[in-house]
Design a binder for this molecule. Structure first.
Ligand SMILES: NC(=O)c1ccc[n+]([C@@H]2O[C@H](COP(=O)([O-])OP(=O)(O)OC[C@H]3O[C@@H](n4cnc5c(N)ncnc54)[C@H](OP(=O)(O)O)[C@@H]3O)[C@@H](O)[C@H]2O)c1
Length: 349
């Protein structure tokens, strides 16, 4: 049996940190041994430092671990980061400089040219940026990021369509309240309401999509030369981000070709049987009123994207709806799958 790899979490006491703790329970490759947070939490057992907000109990095996400061020294080499964005830049860099592999969910480094913004099914080759990252920064370690929770839904749904030449995309999101962290949006604002603004989200969706669907060119990513326009809305849904998409494709494929692209879609994580990879990364639903967040987001352990309602678009070429679980595939599960891909590439040896 292979030895499990010790891992830690930067920002373990926060909302995303708790999702990491939960997702890593019983992981076949990764053994959670270290928890980091601010000096407000350092020195306390995890159970005392953390207001556990997820469904199910805090795992017993983790509850008694002492929380450490987020300073290089005692942490395992592989660290998942759920750091508060106001401090993530310096802390993640300090760990990478000290030789750690930082697999981050924070936004801070995503758009840096030498940092992979990874969706393992869509752009696994973007990991080839790491040698230039280490050269540029004289780091022994490295930083790899996963996208924003709405971008991941869009890019997983567009991934199978990339061979048809994506030239224009218009997308509207219906984003769950869990994506705003805790306590998030006040209940008086969100109940029976839609909030048509999420700060910075539209810009993130547009830029991250172009990077993720772009091509690796030696030491940088050539962004996808497509125009992407995003409208982002917060809706009264607990978990699961829905996006509606209109897309223009230069190859002008038939509807049957698009259906076949979704049905046949598979990628490196599936071929390598990575532990958190869903057997089918994108599941096309033929029912006319699906996918729906309450019914579908948690299927496939929250790791698949669901697509439906593919039909002609009178403005661009086609339109459809897509959905994925924002705190699993859009956060902790995404980062864990990134690390699994890296391990399968020998990058954690
Ligand atoms: N919430 C979401 O659904 C979501 C989705 C996608 C991405 N994100 C991103 O994920 C990151 C974490 O979000 P969150 O909602 O989990 O935030 P959060 O609940 O506020 O947790 C922040 C974490 O950072 C730690 N921290 C704060 N200041 C620190 C410092 N100076 N030194 C070391 N640790 C410090 C906190 O520790 P203490 O408990 O000790 O303060 C806590 O563990 C953010 O970058 C956010 O943008 C969040």
């Amino acid at each position: 049996m292979q030895t499990r790899i010790e891992v830690g979490i930067l920002g373990a006491t926060g909302m995303v940190g708790q999702h990491f703790v939960k997702f890593l329970q019983n992981h076949p490759w990764f053994d959670l041994k270290w928890l980091g947070a601010s000096d407000r939490s350092a020195g306390k057992p995890y159970r005392d430092a953390t207001a556990w907000r997820l469904s199910g109990a805090m795992p017993d095996s983790i509850a008694g671990l002492l929380v450490d400061e987020c300073k290089p020294g005692n942490a395992p080499r592989l660290l998942f980061s759920a750091m508060d964005a106001s401090v993530a830049t310096e802390i993640e860099r300090a760990f990478a400089d000290a030789g750690h592999v930082v697999v981050s969910n924070s936004k801070n480094h995503r758009m840096e040219p030498d940092v992979p913004l990874l969706v393992p099914e869509v752009n696994p080759d973007h990991l080839k940026l790491i040698p230039s990252q280490q050269r540029n920064r004289s780091w022994k370690g490295q930083i790899v990021t996963n996208p924003n929770c709405s971008t991941i839904v869009l890019t997983m749904a567009l991934g199978p369509l990339k061979p048809f030449g994506i030239t224009r995309v218009i997308t509207t999101t219906l984003q769950a309240i869990s994506g705003a962290g805790y306590p998030g949006v006040p209940s008086m604002d969100i109940n029976a309401n839609v909030i048509p603004y999420i700060g910075g989200e539209e810009e993130k969706m547009q830029q991250e999509t172009q990077k993720i669907l772009g091509d690796f060119r030696g030491d940088h990513i050539e962004p996808l030369a497509a125009k992407v326009s995003a409208h982002c809305n917060r809706v009264a849904v607990v978990d699961g981000h829905t996006v509606t998409v209109s897309v223009e494709l230069s190859a002008k494929p038939s509807m049957a070709e698009l259906h076949a692209a979704y049905e046949n879609y598979t990628s490196v994580p599936q071929q390598r049987n990575l532990p958190s990879a869903p057997p089918r990364p994108v599941i096309y639903m033929h029912e006319g009123n699906r996918p729906q967040p309450r019914k579908d987001a948690e299927r496939e352990r929250g790791m698949a994207a669901f697509v439906g309602r593919l039909r002609p678009c009178p403005v661009l070429d086609y339109k459809f709806v897509a959905l994925a679980h924002n705190t699993i595939r859009g956060a902790a599960g995404a980062a864990v799958l990134n690390a699994e891909l890296m391990h399968s590439e020998g990058m954690l040896d």
